[in-house]
Design a protein around this ligand. Structure first.
Ligand SMILES: Nc1nc2c(ncn2[C@@H]2O[C@H](COP(=O)(O)OP(=O)(O)OP(=O)(O)O)[C@@H](O)[C@H]2O)c(=O)[nH]1
Length: 295
């Protein structure tokens, strides 16, 4: 492959919560790095996933779901992050769910850059009972924005992901790969440990816990092949603490055990994990506190 034919560039995946952005990224990467959950807004950080083929290196920047329900400092920060990411990337993938297009999607659409190629990705195509609904649906959305391409996919069933990658590739600059072939993410293990723990809290507490939780890794040590991780789960209000801890500490224990098992798989080594819950009142409303947590 002559060097000038190689392409490498950045891609942002945007869309309202729950359209399947994380699932899409995970299945393209083939590794569970980004965090998925039924609960909206679990992806809060920018995450770079890297997919390298013979002729292309795709650098994926996963962005937080655009929040429309609650307005506070956390959500203002999230929305700012989306626009900053979009201003920087080579191509934007705007993900919607097959035949569902509403105000939440429109709010994200309003953030899309006019000077960047935007691919409309229609996810969950597997859920379409009647395929003839697809074309009018595409036409309806295309009235509101000039997309460079439209690709229907199913992130979950791995349908048409190759088509999506070729549509994306066209818009990446010709340049050699920036990262080594084996690199999956530029995020370090400390960050990934925090993401895994946060995902477990969302999964195991379901609707009981509000979206305002964060994880702080207070210590991350490597002793030979063992990783020793000390993590605080930060909640907004005192009365959320017992929900997280559970009767006799059983909830927190389960969260920690499952998080530890996932970390051991991802890091391919033994993990000792200690977790506790801290209350930091109003953290989701305080821009300074957000900065200290890495937002
Ligand atoms: N049927 C079907 N379900 C899907 C597909 N892709 C994702 N889902 C489901 O949709 C839900 C949300 O998926 P996520 O990948 O977490 O969505 P997201 O857009 O990253 O959500 P946020 O992180 O909240 O912004 C999960 O239950 C997925 O299993 C698909 O192609 N088909």
């Amino acid at each position: 492959m002559p060097e000038q034919d190689f392409r490498c560039g950045t891609i942002a995946i945007v869309g309202r919560p729950n359209v399947g952005k994380s699932t899409l990224l995970n299945h393209i990467l083939g590794v569970k790095l980004s965090i998925t959950s039924r609960k909206a807004q679990t992806t809060r950080y920018r995450m770079l996933g890297i997919h390298t083929t013979d002729d292309t290196q795709y650098l994926f920047v996963d962005t937080p779901g655009f929040q429309t329900r609650h307005i506070n400092a956390l959500n203002r920060t999230l929305n700012k992050t989306v626009q900053q990411v979009l201003a920087e990337v080579d191509v934007v993938l705007f993900v919607v769910e097959a035949t569902q297009f509403g105000d939440a999607d429109r709010k994200v659409l309003a953030l899309l850059p006019k000077n960047r190629p935007v691919v409309l990705v229609i996810n969950k195509a597997d859920k379409l009972d009647d395929k003839s609904k697809l074309l009018p649906f595409i036409q309806e959305i295309a009235k509101e924005f000039e997309f460079t391409e439209v690709v229907p996919v199913s992130a979950k069933r791995l349908l048409a992901l190759d088509e999506l990658l070729s549509a994306t590739r066209k818009h990446l600059p010709e340049q050699p790969a920036i990262y080594g072939e084996d690199e999956l993410t530029d995020r370090n293990e400390r960050f990934l440990a925090a993401e895994i723990l946060r995902e477990k809290v969302f999964r195991l507490l379901g609707e009981e816990v509000p979206y305002a939780i964060a994880v702080e890794i207070e210590k991350f040590e490597e002793v030979g092949a063992l990783r020793r991780i000390f993590a605080a789960i930060i909640v907004d209000k005192e009365n959320q603490k017992p929900i997280l801890i559970g009767k006799g500490g059983e909830k927190l224990k389960r969260i920690s055990t499952e998080a530890r098992q996932d970390m051991e798989k991802l890091f391919d080594g033994k993990v000792y994990l200690e977790t506790w819950v801290k209350v930091r009142s109003g953290w989701a409303d305080d821009e300074h506190a957000l900065k200290s947590l890495g937002f």
